[in-house]
Design a protein around this ligand. Sequence first.
Ligand SMILES: Nc1ncnc2c1ncn2[C@@H]1O[C@H](COP(=O)(O)OP(=O)(O)OP(=O)(O)O)[C@@H](O)[C@H]1O
Ligand SMILES: [Mg+2]
Length: 346
Amino acid sequence: MGQTNNQSESNSLRDALDSMIGQSEAMRRVFDLTLRIAASDSTVLITGESGTGKELIARTIHDRSKRARQPFVAVNCGAIPEDLLENELFGHVRGAFTGAQQSRSGRFMTAKEGTIFLDEIGEITPRLQAKLLRVLQEREFNPLGSDVATRTNARFVAATNRDLREAIPAGLFREDLYYRLAILALELPPLRARRDDIPPLIQHFLKRYGGNPPRTIEEAAMTRLQAYDWPGNVREMENLIERLVTLTDHREIRVQDLPELSSYLRSPREAALLREFILPSDGIDIDQCIRRFQREMMVQALERANGNKTAAANLLGLNRTTFIERMRRHGLGSLIPRRLATPNGP
Ligand SMILES: Nc1ncnc2c1ncn2[C@@H]1O[C@H](COP(=O)(O)OP(=O)(O)OP(=O)(O)O)[C@@H](O)[C@H]1O
Ligand SMILES: [Mg+2]
């Protein structure tokens, strides 16, 4: 946890959320909101990209709530087919379906007065959405095959990495259910939007996976990691650190140890290309280099494609219109195949 202006607030935040690292402005707001949410009893919707810590926050909300001594029951709605999920949540009575020889209580029951965490809520089918809406509205449900409504007093916390508001107009998610779930909403920012948190998180995972004494990390390597975009967020980082600690013997982790992050490019092929470039000691004119590089790649692509613009554009991941527009900009407009002049230099 980071520093806060108010000392007592800082201490209470630290106690409350000691398993979560984050000192950026964005995460301090998240922690503050988490404690407020924990103190209330309303339904919560946690959103955020994959790996941003949604489940950790859900557990923290439970642990810090007055329900902490009751069960925390997590259900991954995206991992279970509809029928099984329904059975899992609501339970069934004997004879509800073929093979139901015994009644079985569902997760809503086992949660008792605790917290139900509905993970990947965006994945549930319209039929289950309707049933869930009833549970949230009436606080009751019918186990499969039963006419008798059962009450639930659990608190509901849901999470999704999809934008449910976008799913509403597309007819994939019920608007009324959305508003029932998002009475309180908490959004976890992606790691690339809070780069201040990257170094302390890395240290945290080095401590966790790094043995005794923990590994250290070279400053240049840290810089790389801080510049990287982390599409898989904290989970990706945790996995990377675990892998690095397992696969290296030396105490200090260096840039060479991070092959797949040697650039923050999309594909390994582009990363391999970039490794060829070494910054000269007296520096470069970066804008001019980019222009030259682009022009050079376009000329080579045209040569490779025997002057076929569509094929050349494909080689560069561009569409034909963009490619032609850029040809014009680079003075390649009237280029004749196999006679590729370079008016701007070598
Ligand atoms: N702020 C943080 N401090 C320490 N560990 C974190 C933090 N955020 C996430 N983690 C760790 O990163 C991993 C991923 O977090 P979590 O499972 O909560 O993410 P998620 O948002 O639920 O991801 P997904 O959408 O993929 O299910 C977990 O091991 C979690 O403990
Ligand atoms: Mg999760």
